[in-house]
Structures are given as C-alpha cells and as structure tokens.
Design a protein around this ligand. Structure first.
Ligand SMILES: *Cc1c(COP(=O)(O)O)cnc(C)c1O
Length: 376
C-alpha cells in the first residue's frame, strides 16, 4: 500500500530513542525535549518553542494565552482540519467560519475584510460582532497544505481591527512567506508532529513565539501549572500537555532530516505537476509568488474526484477527499459561516490528495500518475 503521507524513519531515531531507554529518561523531563523545542523554534525563526503532546493541544494553549475565553469568537477558515475549530471550542469560544479562496484554498482575505467592515464595530478597545455583541478575540489563519495566504494583508487587517493572530501553522513546517517562516507572524504559532506531517514524533506539537513571557506561560500551563519546585503548589488549572522525552528524541532525529524531506516533497510535487499537467480538467493549488511552500500534501482539483478516489484506493494508492467543510459538520452547523457563494463546498466536491510520502520513489509517483491518466 502506498501511503498518503507516511513517516520516514531514516536517521538517528533508533539511536536517540535507545539513549532515552538506556538512561531511563523516558518521560516528561529530559534533554531531548529542550533540544527539540530549540530546533523547531530556530528553524521557524522564532525565539521560543514549547513542546506539547500534539498540535491540537498546542492550538488550545496558544488560544488561551491569546486571551480567548468563554463567549468570545475566533475567526478561522471554513476549510481546515477539525482540530483548528475544536481548539476554539475548548476555550469556550465559538468560531466564525470564513469562506476560502477557490484558487489558493486559504482563508479569503477580501471576504474577511468585508466581514469586519460590515458586521463588526469597535467597543472600548475590542472588536465586537454586531449581531450578538460578543468579542472577536483572535484570527486563526491556517496554512492549508503548507501554502500560505497573503500574510501582509492578513496582518494589516488584524492591526486595523485590533485582533490578535494565532497561526495554525501545523502543516507548514518548511513554508515561507517573503522569506519569513510561518509561525512567527502573530502572537503565537503552532506545529504538529502527527504521523502524516512532514516530520513526526508519532504524536506531538510545538508552540512557537517571540514573546518570552508567553513562552514561559505556555510551559507553565502545559505542565500542570506547578509553581513550586518542591511542594505541590499549583497556581491555576493547568494541563498535562507535555511531550515526553522518548518522542522528543525521535523529533530531534527527524528535525536533522527536515531539509531533505522538504526537498523531496518539492520534487514529488513538481513531478506530479509535470505528469498531470493538461490531463482532463485537472488543476492545481495556486501558490502566490511570495510563497515558498513545503509542498506537504499533494492535492489537485477535478470534476472526476470520486472516480479518481475509487480507482486509486482500489489499487492500494491511498487517496483522500478534502476535509468536509466545518459548517457542514453537526457540531458547527449553527455557528456563523460568512460566505457569498460557498467556495468551501466547491473545493470539497473537487479536491483530493494522493500519495506523497517523503520516501515515495519517482517510479511510484509515475505509477500513480499513470493510473490517474487512465481514468480520463
Ligand atoms: C495536523 C493538524 C492539526 C493538529 O493535529 P494533531 O494531530 O493534534 O497534532 C491542527 N490543524 C491542522 C490544520 C492540521 O492539519
């Protein structure tokens, strides 16, 4: 079976994990945790990194530290993985689901500006949604598939309307906008090291920020908020969202290989594009010239989406449709969804992702492409 985007364990993983097992530093304390945090932060061009149990918990904590609380709103694209919106709900806030651009598949920034202009107003230093009088505390751009929306425009909007930015940069390790890595544009960014991401710790996450106080608070909150090194004194309700040393050890080994993985993702992307260019109605995700993406998950658009999915999966080439838009899920159907003509649904009906692990061979890519061509 050709996996959609599987792990590639090809470096020092065994060695570093064995080191943990041999020394007994297997749990929530150990030098690999700090090393991994520093490596990810440095790679992303941020001053601080705080490891977490996964990308979802990283988002939850980042939102909480941005001040998101009960009854607030967070603006998020309607096309994303569910963790973005779940993490908003965990804080007690509700999402405002923003429709996406049909070319780049990122949050539609024209629509975002229009929404803020028409539907919200400033009340005592806070941005309020007119219909309910509730505060919009944060905007969460999601760098979908490692592509990036126009961050200059997004930051300009956030500044104009005085709303904080927390990046769901979980898919974008290795992606740059005008030479600047994702994660450091707003208050905080988040990365995920789930098994299908560009590097993996099996499960894991990192919060990045340039704000020392926020980094310290993030560490505190994710480690049970213990305020005394000796006595069990805890000064708030914290979480056990640590990344354990064994997994961080794997993460260090994976980080060492990240430049090679990014290069391979780009090669696979380029090879698929050349193999599928001009085939039927196939078209690709639009990437703006300011963006240098990590090409995490190869995805394309076609009216024959369901046929292609069927044929590839029947042939052991693991392929998946795009996420069901958030407004269509039972839990979020009553939340605000701002759109004109539901581009989310348009994309959902047409996009699919195909095998693109970093250890896929050129011949395997060509075999997948050949199988796709045979459908048209
Ligand atoms: C992977 C991912 C997350 C976080 O995932 P975890 O599995 O919790 O690490 C969040 N948002 C998006 C868009 C993702 O793709």
């Amino acid at each position: 079976m050709l996996l959609l985007s599987g792990p590639n364990i090809a470096g020092n993983e065994w060695k570093y994990v064995k080191d943990c097992l041999d020394t007994g530093w297997v749990s929530s304390v150990g030098s690999y945790v700090t090393q991994f945090e520093n490596m990810v932060a440095e790679f992303a061009g941020c001053r601080y990194g705080v490891a977490t149990s996964n990308g979802t918990s990283a988002l939850h904590i980042a939102l909480q530290l941005a001040g998101v609380q009960d009854n607030d709103y967070v603006i998020v694209p309607n096309v994303t993985f569910i963790a973005s919106v779940n993490s908003i709900k965990y804080t007690g806030a509700d999402p405002i689901l923003m429709d996406v651009d049909p070319g780049t598949w990122q949050m539609d920034l024209e629509l975002l500006r229009e929404f803020l202009e028409k539907e919200t107003s400033q009340k005592g230093g806070e941005r309020v949604y007119n219909k309910t009088g509730r505060v919009i505390r944060a905007i969460m751009p999601v760098h979908v598939l490692g592509n990036i929306c126009d961050m200059d425009t997004l930051m300009d909007i956030a500044n104009t309307y005085q709303i904080k930015v927390v990046e769901d940069s979980t898919e974008s390790l290795g992606s740059y906008y005008k030479g600047k890595h994702t994660g450091g544009f707003g208050l905080m960014g988040t990365f995920s090291f789930n098994g299908n991401k560009i590097i993996t710790t099996g499960g894991g996450g990192v919060i990045v920020t340039n704000d020392e106080a926020l980094a310290k608070k993030a560490k505190h909150l994710t480690t049970q908020a213990k305020s005394d090194p000796f006595e069990y004194i805890h000064d708030e309700i914290g979480y056990n969202f640590r990344l354990v040393n064994v997994l961080a050890a794997m993460g260090v080994a994976q980080m060492e290989q990240l430049p090679g993985f990014i290069q391979r993702k780009k090669e696979v992307d380029a090879l698929y594009r050349s193999e599928l260019q001009g085939v039927g109605d196939i078209s690709f995700q639009e990437v703006k010239s300011e963006v240098n993406p990590n090409c995490w998950l190869f995805t394309f658009k076609t009216e024959k989406q369901r046929d292609v999915l069927k044929v590839l999966n029947e042939n052991q080439m693991q392929s998946r449709p795009f996420w069901v838009p958030m407004n269509k899920l039972r839990m979020f159907k009553d939340d605000v969804y701002y759109h004109h003509d539901d581009k989310s649904d348009y994309i959902y009906q047409r996009c699919l992702s195909i095998p693109c692990s970093t250890n896929i061979t050129d011949d395997e890519v060509k075999a997948v492409a050949e199988k796709i061509r045979s459908i048209y």
